[in-house]
Design a protein around this ligand. Structure first.
Ligand code: PEP
Ligand code: MN
Length: 337
């Protein structure tokens, strides 16, 4: 249930509504828009009398919210959430580009890629130090050494770092080095991990589970929000379908659907969505045209030697070309890159 206040109502009236709701043992969530405030009610709403609330000064109307996600929903929070990472305002007019290798493999490799993606105009550096691999015999990532290399690249290039956290006990270590925590597709419903990052001060990039519905993605975001972290970005990275030509199927519909349902920024990952570097350009342009607030793209200086995901990684010169095309598509929808 949400309480919609009249235009221009002051703090006192808002506080009185919150007091009445919280007095019944429920929680409130205040969304203060430019014109009016909306107060969300979280908890068992059967104890609340809508008639009593309607009698309070400044209340315009009360609306049921039937969706299971509350804090993530646009009803609760009509304005777009802007997630701030360094100078980037993710979810604003500018489209944020995150780029880098799938895995950090060594200092030379990572620095080289970091400088080339910065030169091309990327805003945030990606790289995995803890890798979720299908086979236990595949490269598992460099661990803390990988994080240290990323931190060095941040120092040298000024770009913020996004990296995956795979388990709750990695939080204190990763928080020392990273600017954004990535939750991988396989962990989208790892509730212990969601609660852990919900308690972190760092923004979270939550990737859609490879067999998860949009609603399940939003319920996972809800866990993070409900545990106190408001800075959540959602990532459409392709879902598993009957199609085998591509690694996954980019659910382009998910972008406008999410923009309708939630105020959280939406990021598209064209690399994992397609699995093939030759398709990354089209998927990236489509993502931006569909309304994504950002992209996360795998770039490698020597894809043929990459220790993970080389087949879907762009070479730096191709990434550079893509950036100039992205600027034009963004311009066509009155956005910038
Ligand atoms: C990655 O970003 O390299 C990754 C493992 O992504 P996903 O969790 O989407 O497969
Ligand atoms: Mn990868």
């Amino acid at each position: 249930m949400i309480v919609i206040m009249k235009v221009g109502v002051g703090e006192e009236a808002i506080a009185a509504v919150q007091e009445q709701i919280e007095g019944q043992g429920l929680r409130t969530h205040l969304s203060q828009g430019e014109e009016r405030a909306i107060i969300g009610i979280i908890g068992d709403k059967s104890v609340i009398s809508a008639d009593n609330l309607m009698r309070l000064p400044g209340v315009e109307r009360i609306m049921p919210v039937s969706r299971p996600f509350k804090l993530a929903s646009r009803d609760f929070h009509p304005e777009d959430t802007i997630v701030r990472v360094n100078e980037c305002q993710i979810g604003g007019n500018q489209i944020t580009i995150m780029a880098g290798p799938c895995s950090v493999e060594g200092e030379e490799q990572f620095m080289d890629i970091a400088y080339s993606v910065r030169e091309a105009g990327a805003h945030i550096l990606r790289g995995g130090a803890f890798k979720p691999r299908t086979s236990p015999y595949s490269f598992q990532g460099m661990g803390e050494e990988g994080l240290q290399i990323m931190a060095k690249a941040r120092e040298e290039t000024g770009l913020a770092i996004v990296t995956e956290i795979m388990a709750p006990d990695q939080l204190s270590l990763i928080e020392k080095y990273a600017d954004v925590l990535q939750i991988g597709t396989r962990n989208m419903q790892n509730y212990a991990l969601l609660k852990t990052v919900g308690a972190s001060r760092l923004p979270v990039l939550l990737k859609r589970g490879l067999m998860s519905t949009i609603e399940e993605l939003l319920m996972s975001a809800e866990y993070i929000l409900a545990h106190g972290n408001p800075n959540v970005m959602l990532c459409e990275r392709g879902i598993r379908t009957f199609e085998t030509y591509t690694r996954n199927t980019l659910d382009i519909n998910a972008v406008p659907v999410l923009k309708e349902l939630t105020h959280l920024p939406v990021i598209v990952d064209p690399s994992h969505a397609t699995g093939k570097w030759s398709l990354v350009k089209s998927a990236s342009l489509a993502g931006v045209a569909a309304g994504a607030d950002g992209l996360i793209i795998e770039v490698h200086n020597q894809p043929e030697r990459a220790m993970s995901d080389g087949a879907q990684s762009l070479k730096p010169n191709r990434f550079m070309e893509l950036m100039s095309q992205l600027r034009r598509v963004a311009g066509a929808i009155d956005r910038t890159v």
